[in-house]
Design a protein around this ligand. Structure first.
Ligand SMILES: Cc1ncc(COP(=O)(O)O)c(C=O)c1O
Length: 379
């Protein structure tokens, strides 16, 4: 079989690969990009009621109106996103599918898309699948991977039609301050660029405040997810909102021709994410994740590495000068801990490893760090 050039050019996801290597008996798995909690019980109960109440069938392609209404209300009230209503919101199978639809909607062969380096692995692959061209914007570990003048300058000279911004960040855990985001917006505005603002981790901020780009810049497509905020990764629910209706409308064409609609009963369950009980769950989960972040940071600071404090998400991304990150991840796995090497996230990730504390309790983290200390050159 001769496969399409499109698929031949795209590697399998590195995070999936390292996650499957870490599934062996006895391995402490710090590769997982998810919080290890059950979703709020109100949400589970609501989904059960939906199933018992006959919500088994196809639904509207953009998502059920009740859920789009709730999302648009929250984005307007809390994120202060301007100019949206429920018609300017689309729900799909996770933020991943949403991002894929956005890129397929806006990117032609050769369209330039600016992506921070390092970044979540799928952005580059999605742009390649759309035959677009990636322009990398370098981030540096000594700046805690927060955009600096070099980044802003690279963006200004990128000739990109679109820039993807992700804060709080995967893989670095960085939370970009408002003033940095305003600098990015100024460059985007001057160059008539669209911003895809991936805000999947918006609820997991320990220090500082989350700032939504769409609150001040209308050429923004805001992306959100139920996956991390409510620990619902398997429910596959994410969304996009944009003041320009046509963007959402065109994404909806892709949706109709691919997945048809997001899972109906899951959406009825997700309606309960807007209750006080679910909000409390999300706050408590953040508190627990903060305890883990504090512990992991303390232990990482004993390593021979450079690591700024990550203020959000649930990743730590230490940099080991002069080290080969792939060999380091393999050596760490030999000692019984699964981590993801930094280079699949981009050139600037070389020498780094990504540790996820989302699914490991403090006791497991303690054992994982004890094991990692045995790896030559890390401690
Ligand atoms: C930065 C980022 N964006 C998007 C996603 C996709 O999330 P989901 O498809 O589960 O909503 C992830 C998942 O790991 C992520 O880390």
């Amino acid at each position: 079989m001769k496969f399409s050039k499109r698929i031949a050019d795209v590697p399998p996801s590195a995070t999936f690969r390292y996650a499957s290597l870490a599934k062996r008996e006895g391995i402490i798995n710090l590769t997982i990009g998810r919080p290890g909690f059950d979703p709020p019980s109100v949400v589970i109960e609501a989904a059960k009621r939906a199933l018992e109440g006959g919500k088994h069938h196809y639904g509207p392609s953009k998502g059920i109106p009740e859920l789009r209404e709730k999302i648009s209300e929250r984005l307007t009230r809390e994120n202060k996103i301007r100019g949206i209503d429920s018609e300017k919101v689309i729900v799909s199978m996770g933020a991943k599918n949403i991002l894929y639809e956005i890129i397929m909607t806006l990117v032609d062969r050769g369209t330039k898309v600016a992506i921070p380096d390092p970044a979540w692995v799928s952005y580059e692959s999605m742009v390649k699948l759309a035959e677009g061209e990636v322009v990398w914007l370098p981030l540096n570990s000594e700046r805690g991977f927060v955009p600096d003048e070099e980044f802003i300058d690279a963006l200004d000279h990128s000739e990109a039609k679109i820039v993807i911004i992700n804060t709080p960040n995967n893989p670095t855990g960085a939370v970009y301050p408002e003033r940095v985001l305003r600098d990015i917006i100024a460059v985007a505005e001057a160059n008539d660029m669209w911003i895809i603002s991936d805000e999947c981790y918006e609820s997991i901020v320990y220090e500082g405040k989350h700032f939504s780009i769409g609150s001040v810049y209308d050429k923004t497509i805001t992306v959100g997810s139920f996956s991390k905020t409510y620990s619902m990764t398997g429910w596959r629910l994410g969304y996009a909102a944009c003041p320009e209706f046509e963007v959402i409308d065109k994404m909806n064409i892709l949706q109709q021709q691919s997945v048809s609609n997001p899972v109906t009963f899951a959406q009825y369950g997700a309606l309960a994410c807007f209750t006080p009980e679910a909000q409390k769950f999300s706050r408590e989960m953040r508190e627990e994740l903060k305890r883990r972040r504090d512990y992991a940071l303390k232990r990482v600071s004993e390593f021979a590495c450079e690591c700024m404090k990550p203020n959000g998400a649930f990743y730590i991304f230490p940099y080991f000068e002069g080290r080969d990150d792939i060999k380091m991840a393999d050596a760490v796995l030999e000692e019984g801990v699964g981590v993801v090497p930094g280079s699949p996230f981009g050139k600037q990730g070389r020498g780094c490893i990504r540790l996820s504390y989302g699914s490991a309790k403090v006791e497991e983290l303690a054992e994982a760090f004890d094991r990692m200390e045995r790896v030559k050159g890390i401690a």
